[in-house]
Ligand binder design. Structure first.
Ligand SMILES: Nc1ncnc2c1ncn2[C@@H]1O[C@H](COP(=O)(O)OP(=O)(O)O)[C@@H](O)[C@H]1O
Ligand SMILES: Nc1ccn([C@H]2C[C@H](O)[C@@H](COP(=O)(O)OP(=O)(O)O)O2)c(=O)n1
Ligand SMILES: [Mg+2]
Length: 263
């Protein structure tokens, strides 16, 4: 809003300047019209600068199930923006933000950061992006995460689809312990706690979206490429149905995916 008011003042200033330079100035009506346009734009700005809500995909699965790996492939192939809740929280830690120490402790313990904070970080990224397709990776991890997001985010509060990478615990533990990214939570004690939290807190969210007909469950064992061929089918089906545009919602895509995979 303030940037827009500043732009309006600059218009008025340039109008005065043009007067002194003997160039015909913007008249009162033009200034009023510009002001009204700026106010309209500013109202849209609060509405995430978008005419339509973005296409939101939540990406869920236990630690090490391959969410991040598959998201990178979806970005390359289908042009989504990837927002990893974990990466956004780690960025807060490394930028020494006021909540950095608390986030670090929470992550080290294998627990979940307060929802308001995570939602704010995600919302900021969505609102500042020009893209209209997002993968929100590792969110919502709890019913409380989900409800907070629905309450705080006014446009696109409901995901269009939800991916769930279904991976056996043994495989997830093996992958996390050989991830080698220097993460404070990639050790056996923290992984055990994260798996407990996944079962207790994330599975109810996954069931919630399954009941709503929005869930795509993807078996997550196999090579990265094998898993991506499963993922690709989902997004290709959505593209075929022109559903990778935000105004469409499920369950047609889920029905199509089910049919094409059964036939
Ligand atoms: N299909 C796969 N098979 C074996 N290892 C994998 C596979 N997909 C990912 N990985 C590896 O497992 C680790 C965890 O993957 P990642 O994508 O970070 O999972 P998540 O984001 O779900 O925790 C990474 O080291 C990654 O390279
Ligand atoms: N919605 C979220 C997502 C992540 N976190 C915290 C707690 C998680 O164990 C860590 C790491 O999350 P991240 O998604 O990067 O972890 P994985 O990719 O599943 O291994 O961040 C959170 O508190 N709330
Ligand atoms: Mg990840």
């Amino acid at each position: 809003m303030w940037r827009r008011v500043a732009r309006l003042s600059s218009l008025i200033r340039s109008s005065k300047a043009s007067l002194s330079n003997q160039i015909p100035p913007a008249n009162g009506l033009q200034i009023l019209e510009a002001f009204s346009t700026e106010i309209q734009k500013s109202a849209k700005g609060r509405n995430h600068h978008r005419e339509k809500p973005p296409f939101i995909t939540f990406v869920l699965g236990g630690p090490g199930s391959g969410k991040g790996t598959q998201c990178l492939k979806i970005v390359e192939t289908f042009g989504f923006s990837h927002l990893s809740a974990g990466d956004l929280l780690r960025k807060e830690i490394s930028s020494n933000s006021e909540n950095g120490a608390m986030i670090l402790e929470t992550i080290k313990e294998g627990n979940i950061v307060p929802s308001e904070l995570t939602v704010k970080l995600i919302q900021r990224e969505v609102e500042s992006s020009e893209n209209d397709k997002f993968l929100i990776d590792g969110f919502p991890r709890t019913e409380e995460n989900r409800r907070t997001y629905e309450r705080v985010v006014s446009v696109g509060a409901e995901p269009n689809i939800v991916l769930f990478f279904d991976c056996p615990e043994e495989e997830m533990v093996k992958r996390v312990l050989s991830r080698n990214q220097g993460r404070v939570d990639d050790n056996i004690d923290t992984v055990k706690k994260r798996l407990e939290n996944f079962n207790a807190l994330n599975l109810p969210v996954i069931n919630y979206y399954s009941e709503k007909g929005k869930l795509y469950k993807i078996p997550a064992v196999g090579t990265e490429d094998e898993i991506f061929s499963r993922v690709r089918k989902i997004f290709t089906s959505l593209e075929v149905l022109s559903m990778l545009s935000p105004q469409f919602s499920i369950p047609i895509g889920v029905i199509w995916f089910t049919l094409t995979n059964l036939l």
